[in-house]
Design a protein around this ligand. Structure first.
Ligand code: CU
Length: 165
């Protein structure tokens, strides 16, 4: 029977284990490379918060004290939306077809999720942070928005709608 100190160093690691180690390092390197190329060559980055607000005072001061739509002219709008248990304020937004709406969304209490149907808008809504997204609505119709982050017993009632006329 051979004892470890009699083995040649090449035999200390099982060949299959050696293959798995090499594969593991290759995969990690490949994935890290993909991540770096996506982040720096294609500029795909995690969205950073637009700005920070104090959830305790948003109802009294700042743009969230009057949630809703602002008409900037030329088909451009801003929508200030507050998530709170268990509703969105406002529940309805109306814009003409062809409008570009920049959404500023924050939460008054716990973490919510903002999902806008038929559009590529899916955001975490974190108290104290403002999430900002710009969406163009070319097609008339109804675009419901709802909470997709479980926030308590009335979570399923947390919905609203963008009506494009
Ligand atoms: Cu919810």
């Amino acid at each position: 029977m051979t004892t470890p100190h009699e083995m040649h160093p090449d035999e200390w690691i099982d060949p299959y284990e050696k293959i798995m180690m090499v594969l593991g390092v290759l995969m990690l390197t490949g994935m890290m490379g993909t991540l770096l190329v996506a982040a720096f060559a294609f500029g795909i980055q995690v969205p950073s918060p637009e700005k920070q607000v104090n959830p305790n005072t948003i109802s009294e001061q700042g743009p969230f004290s009057e949630p809703g739509l602002r008409d900037l002219g030329g088909g451009k709008y801003e929508a200030y939306i507050i998530g709170q248990i268990w509703s969105w304020n406002p529940r309805e937004i109306r814009v003409p077809a062809g409008s570009t709406v920049t959404f500023f969304i924050t939460s008054k209490d716990v973490q919510h999720g903002f999902l806008l149907w038929h559009k590529n808008l899916n955001a975490q809504i974190v108290p104290g942070q403002v999430s900002k997204y710009t969406i163009t609505f070319d097609e008339p119709g109804e675009y419901p928005y709802l909470c997709h982050e479980y926030c308590g017993i009335g979570h399923h009632t947390m919905s609203g709608v963008v009506i494009v006329e």
